[in-house]
Design a protein around this ligand. Sequence first.
Ligand SMILES: NC(=O)c1ccc[n+]([C@@H]2O[C@H](COP(=O)([O-])OP(=O)(O)OC[C@H]3O[C@@H](n4cnc5c(N)ncnc54)[C@H](O)[C@@H]3O)[C@@H](O)[C@H]2O)c1
Length: 382
Amino acid sequence: MRVGIARERRTGERRVAATPDTVRQLAGLGLEVLIEHGAGEASGHSDASYEQAGATVVDPLGLGDLDVLLHVRPLEPETPARLRRGAVTIGLGSPSTELPTVRALRDAGVTAFALELVPRISRAQSMDALTSQALVAGYRCVLEAAMRLPRFFPLYMTAAGTIPPAKVLVLGAGVAGLQAIGTAKRLGARVSANDVRAASADEVKSLGGTFIHLDLDAADAGGGYAKELGADRAARQRALLAPHVADSDVLITTAAIPGRPAPLLVTADMVRAMRPGSVVVDLAAESGGNVEGSVAGSDVVVPTADGGTITLVGMKDAASTMPADASRLYAKNVANLLALMTHDGSVEPDFGDVVVLDACLTHDGEVRHPATAEALDTEGAR
Ligand SMILES: NC(=O)c1ccc[n+]([C@@H]2O[C@H](COP(=O)([O-])OP(=O)(O)OC[C@H]3O[C@@H](n4cnc5c(N)ncnc54)[C@H](O)[C@@H]3O)[C@@H](O)[C@H]2O)c1
């Protein structure tokens, strides 16, 4: 069966859905791999390296000839109609925001798998692209902050005097937040963090961070995810966080609620109350923002009352800023999910397997993911 990898076309996207390593893995499963000319260029993989791994480089990639299409970003709404009925796609689907593409996948009879829907169970960890990409993003947030902060992260005791360590506050201690905590600790900062999930306190402590306990009930939604706070609790959380924000040199926010806009954790007034020179990095800037005033892909300079400035960094395409390792992990996630469905060189999704079942977005002319099917119905009824 033929598996194709197209060059990613979205501006700012530098990752690729297969590396020479995963091409070898797929070829070993008896699959024929076609890759579009230049698909790996931005992540450091030449056409020649794919050819050496056993792929055929083509230009352009004929979508109608493929049994399987691997991708990074959600497909454009016009792409599914170019695939053959029954073709399989595997990649990020962003089902809650890409409804036109979901509709097109359904109408084209494509069997689409969205990596965001892979269940968070031990057996599926090697296919969990949310985790692998959040790891890259969390690390990168800290580097972005460190490069802009006009001071050191670590403590230095020198003959010319002592430099205290920078204080880093991380809000949202999921995969990206924990990675940010670990990275900031390795750079020598004094790190504290807060999250609304009950389990997060131990996770923060295990990385050497100090957990900030707020007088607020935990908000777990199950499956490792948080519940959205109501307006009153969210306002209370902001009020309780305010002194901690004001006392940090670096604030990194990574809070998210699956399928919902990011919660607002920090108001513009809270940012203005920070010390001059402080840096705020909002990883959620692309999905609504945890920090009021952040702009995805830009630095916003915020004046403070005493004439200084705070730099507010709105992260965009965070994982894509480190395309080599982000692709290495992502491509492995994709190949592992495809391997789960491949038997004797043939791709045959077994919907009796909970990983395959849960990850499926559309199949046989239907939307299989209940929340997305409901969102499409609601939209259709409008
Ligand atoms: N295979 C597995 O078992 C597996 C894999 C990955 C993650 N997980 C679990 O899931 C957890 C979260 O995963 P994620 O990073 O994808 O989550 P996520 O991206 O959905 O959210 C990021 C973090 O923001 C937090 N958050 C939401 N609202 C908040 C608020 N108002 N204030 C502060 N924090 C807020 C969430 O609790 C979460 O920790 C992980 O820490 C882990 O425990 C399990």
